[in-house]
Design a protein around this ligand. Structure first.
Ligand code: ADP
Ligand code: MG
Length: 326
């Protein structure tokens, strides 16, 4: 079982940024309003996430570190319409199998904080008994030495600054999709980012740039159960500004051929050359219309009706971009 976990870990947790993604998605699923992220050595020495979400009950603490233990779905039927970011129940188990991990949590139920927090520790998959701990609320998780005792994997890690860059872009994606959550990011003890809670425009200004938001076009189009909203870059914005391309499907960052085709086509009409625009766009659709189960890292999606999605995106974007021609 231990070996199975370590092998699965290589799939789910390729590097510190992917471990960080799993932790942050759990914090978001837990309804957190504030997140503090502390990284050391690009996350390879330490990844720490402090959240103020609902916490985990004592009896569920050990379980949370077990493979296929998820509180989020209870049947294959649920899997088709999953509304949370996590659902496989393998994120924490995978991380725990290739690191030293400590999970401290204070459970809140019906607005009632439990008497105190509990902590479990795991060393490369070996769990200790929960012990009482002090914590105001929420969950604090520390992942020490990810992969340092798994030589075959460790050698795939790049320099600290490269791993940090991957972590930062992961945090940016989640921050754009969740502007209502305050986020603080520290690296090697130094404050890197601090984004106050706000709306998308405010968050996008902080991450992509003021110019992008100020000259950008607000998109909000819907047909039936499909909705596209967000900000797309003005075709006249110079190429000097940061090219930032963020597309989310039901709150998840994705990179998808159908989406990119539609964007290229829409911009081609106004730009007459290839796509150099920045965008921060959100597509919402019936969860049954999209398969997010393609790969554990969940960056790919499969649309059930990709032609219809393509036409909807192209129509919506062309309409939004047409405003800039007038
Ligand atoms: P999944 O997210 O797919 O359910 P994980 O292995 O990532 O699986 O997490 C296992 C379980 O641990 C979750 O279903 C959730 O109940 C609990 N959990 C993990 N992190 C947190 C957190 N920060 N706050 C509250 N519950 C959490
Ligand atoms: Mg998860």
């Amino acid at each position: 079982d231990h070996l199975v976990n370590q092998i699965a870990a290589g799939e789910v947790v390729e590097r510190p940024a992917s471990a960080l993604k799993e932790l942050l998605e759990n914090s978001i699923d837990a309804g957190s309003k504030s997140l503090q992220i502390e990284l050391h050595a690009g996350g390879s020495k330490l990844i720490k996430v402090i959240d103020d979400g609902c916490g985990i009950a004592k009896d569920d603490l050990g379980l949370a570190l077990h493979r296929h233990a998820t509180s989020k779905i209870s049947s294959m039927d649920d899997l088709a319409k999953v509304g949370t970011l996590g659902f496989r129940g393998e994120g924490l188990a995978s991380i725990a199998s290739v690191s030293r991990l400590s999970l401290t949590s204070r459970f809140t139920e019906n607005g009632q904080l439990s008497a105190h927090a509990w902590r479990v520790e795991a060393d490369h998959g070996h769990l200790l008994e929960p012990e009482p701990a002090a914590l105001a609320c929420g969950t604090t998780i520390e992942v020490h030495e990810l992969y340092t005792q798994v030589p075959a994997r460790k050698k795939f890690l790049k320099s600290d600054s490269t791993e940090y860059a991957h972590c930062l872009s992961m945090v940016e994606r989640l921050a754009l999709a969740n502007p209502q959550i305050q986020i603080t990011l520290l690296h090697n003890g130094k404050a890197q980012q601090r984004w106050l809670a706000g709306d998308l425009a405010k968050r996008a200004a902080a991450i992509v740039g003021d110019e992008f938001v100020q000259s950008g076009i607000v998109v909000d189009e819907g047909i039936g159960s499909l909705r596209l909203h967000g900000i797309t870059g003005s075709p006249t914005l110079g190429k000097t500004s940061r090219e930032a391309q963020f597309f989310f499907v039901n709150g998840r960052f994705v990179r998808d051929k159908v989406v990119m085709h539609a964007l290229k086509e829409a911009y081609r009409d106004v730009l007459h050359h290839n796509l150099h625009a920045s965008f921060c766009l959100f597509l919402e659709l019936d969860p049954e219309g999209v398969d997010v189960n393609v790969h554990p890292t969940k960056i790919e999606v499969r649309f059930r009706e990709s032609q219809a999605i393509y036409r909807f995106l192209l129509t919506s974007l062309s309409k939004a971009l047409a405003q800039t021609k007038a």
